[in-house]
Design a protein around this ligand. Structure first.
Ligand code: SF4
Ligand code: SF4
Length: 329
């Protein structure tokens, strides 16, 4: 089997910060107010954008965390992207920073001058548990004023959110009371959610679960496909490349373009070669791991639990398991 390495990048994003005003229950990266208030340094952005360009990718999006919590830093990164020849497809926002249309339009106009063309505005019941919908509507109005295109993610929830009080946050219990007790489960048919990060805890109660042994038997191979997928990659403020959608795994961007060593990346190379079974065996032998739950949603659920145990038991941490705040310990 070929050694694992990232040779070419197709499409992805830059994570400027993990701190966020919200703590959405579907967040793949476990973002929230508990993260250190660190934002991507300009030199890191320059390095990432050069790497992205060198590895064949000409455009990226910018996400977080909430990138607009530091609009001046975001503006500098937008300007740097222009100089590096990488176009910014869109910047994501949860709209929590909105105060009024005038001031929001001023911020967005400033960002437009630095290269912002499209703002992805998050619209979902999960976001609405933390941010009143009037703020989201206000940001979309401000985009029109500032001549910035809105990418509503997703339009399909506007109908539901408009039927509730737009001036307050609404818990999932409110959605369930108004739209039916299976509302949470039905979200999966309306909205793309990757079953990782905080989504695992949120959806485990409403999804079919299997024992760890069933999960291992059903997934005998390695995770080559997932880890090698560069169609939705991310690079973060700490100099990490996150392979595929496997949040909590980190490859130093300095190691891109070459095979990863088993010594430097024992967990990731094991997952690549022998998947969840390999990780399970590794954790059993080296960390005295035993499954904590009787049921798991999928192999990534079991993988996340095993990695959490590894992080807990490793003094000094494994650099490939990070950032540290991803792990809820
Ligand atoms: S989904 Fe977005 S808004 Fe919600 S916690 Fe994660 S980064 Fe923040
Ligand atoms: S089991 Fe782990 S490495 Fe494999 S796809 Fe899931 S999160 Fe990624």
């Amino acid at each position: 089997m070929a050694q694992f390495g990232i040779k070419h990048l197709v499409s992805g994003g830059i994570i400027t910060n993990y701190f966020c005003t919200s703590k959405c229950r579907h967040c793949l990266y476990n973002c929230g107010p508990h993260w250190e208030k660190k934002y991507m340094a300009l030199e890191t952005a320059e390095d990432h954008l050069r790497t992205v360009r060198f590895m064949g990718c000409a455009s990226v999006h910018i996400g977080g965390g909430e990138p607009l919590l530091r609009p001046d830093s975001l503006a500098e990164i937008l300007a740097v992207a222009g100089n590096a020849g990488v176009s910014i497809e869109y910047v994501e926002t949860n709209s929590s920073w909105f105060k009024d249309v005038e001031s929001a339009a001023r911020v967005l106009s400033m960002l437009r001058k630095k290269g912002l063309k499209t703002l992805l505005v998050s619209i979902s019941p999960f976001h609405n548990e933390h941010i009143p919908f009037f703020k989201v509507q206000g940001v979309m109005d401000a985009c029109r004023k500032a001549r910035i295109k809105v990418f509503p993610w997703i339009n399909g929830f506007i109908k539901d959110l408009s039927q509730l009080d737009v001036h307050r946050t609404n818990s999932m219990a409110v959605f369930e009371e108004r739209f039916g007790q299976d509302y949470l489960f039905r979200i999966l048919q309306r909205y793309w959610i990757h079953m990782g990060g905080r989504a695992l805890d949120t959806f485990r109660p409403v999804l079919p679960n299997r024992s760890f042994q069933e999960i291992i038997n059903e997934n005998p191979g390695g995770c080559e496909r997932e880890l090698s997928d560069t169609s939705h990659f991310h690079m973060d403020l700490f100099g990490n490349y996150i392979p595929g959608l496997c949040s909590g795994l980190s490859i130093s961007t300095k190691d891109l373009g070459q095979p990863l060593s088993e010594k430097g990346y024992p967990v990731i190379t094991t997952l690549f070669k022998s998947g969840i079974k390999g990780l399970f065996d590794l954790a059993r032998q080296n960390f005295e791991y035993t499954p904590a739950r009787s049921k798991y949603v999928n192999k990534c659920d079991l993988c996340t639990e095993i990695r959490t145990v590894m992080v807990t038991k490793t003094i000094g941490g494994l650099s490939e398991l990070g950032p540290r705040e991803f792990y809820p310990i």
